[in-house]
Design a binder for this molecule. Sequence first.
Ligand code: BTN
Length: 265
Amino acid sequence: MSAGMSRHEVAQKLRTHWLGRDLHLLEQVGSTNDEAASRARAGAPHGTVVIADAQSIGRGRQGHQWYSPPGHNLYLSAILRLAMPPNAVPPLTLAAGIATCEVARCLGVPASLKWPNDVLVGGRKLAGILAEMSTRGATTEVVILGVGMNVNSTTFPQDLSRTATSLRIERGGEAMDRADVLALLLFELERWINLFVSEGAPAIVSAWKERTHFLGQRVSVKVEDKVVTGWAMDVDADGALLLGREDGTSLRVLSGEVTLPEGEP
Ligand code: BTN
């Protein structure tokens, strides 16, 4: 038993071809992204997945922490060695968001996406994606794709109590088998990564738009240290957000943190 699951049980449930066939189930790590990056540097192959029962310094986007207590949720990182230049990689995170959203929907939870890849239910955050890339010149060496999904947590620290949710909460309190959710998550991630690699960004962007309520809303986007307000007009073919400004101009945002006016996460 490790990562709160038995290896045998996970192996029996896994339906992927290449993702997670090399699977490392760990008890506690600092961050699975860091653990996967160190294994990648040591030569771990494409598709290797590291999953932990708990993280002591789970990392979110934009320097946030990711709440990672033991015994409840999924924290995993995949090592992806993709033959594409670094500037073609960003829509991969949209693909991972779609995959995670699909997991929730398959389990009866009406999740949707907020740009770039937050998975929300009723405005509360169910899951998040943190992709980190290492490059050499114009070559992508490795992408570490981290996914955190709140599965069985029923309580959150005070600062998250109004903004976070879990599959268990959304399904009326029924505890979920984490190995089932893990197998489904890896299956969906593989499916959407395959689609991204075979069809490219446009297929991913259009699938992403089908799963969001975000476009058309007034939003604030924190880009580095500046907050810019406007309308979320569109997501372009590269996955960038097009923000309409009050003065009639538009801004193309490649990466940033979005807040909705009602204070949704
Ligand atoms: C976000 O801020 O929305 C992204 C959260 C990503 C959390 C996951 S948990 C597994 C992996 N390891 C980390 O340290 N972070 C990611």
